[in-house]
Write a protein that binds this ligand. Structure first.
Ligand SMILES: [Zn+2]
Length: 83
């Protein structure tokens, strides 16, 4: 009986690993195709994330003013909780 359990765990583990690897590959692929340089500030349309411009301007699709697209920086501000 223990062997069956081990097999089940092994199959489950490998399935999770394959799923995780696939997800990471997809994410890195989309980043490569977009060719986003993290150092440069880019402007994008809030309605059309695929619209990218080096300069501020208007979206060619809807005419909305492009907004700054800053590289994802997670600022961890220390939250002081008063008890
Ligand atoms: Zn737009």
């Amino acid at each position: 009986m223990k062997k069956v359990m081990l097999m089940a765990v092994a199959i489950l583990f490998s399935a999770v690993t394959v799923f995780a690897t696939n997800t990471t590959n997809t994410v890195s692929d989309t980043t490569k195709t977009k060719k986003v340089k993290p150092a440069k500030v880019q402007y994008t349309c809030t309605m059309h994330p695929e619209v990218l411009s080096d300069k501020p301007g208007k979206c060619p699709k809807c005419g909305m003013t492009l907004v700054k697209k800053e590289p994802a920086k997670k600022k961890t501000e220390p939250m002081k909780m008063k008890m």
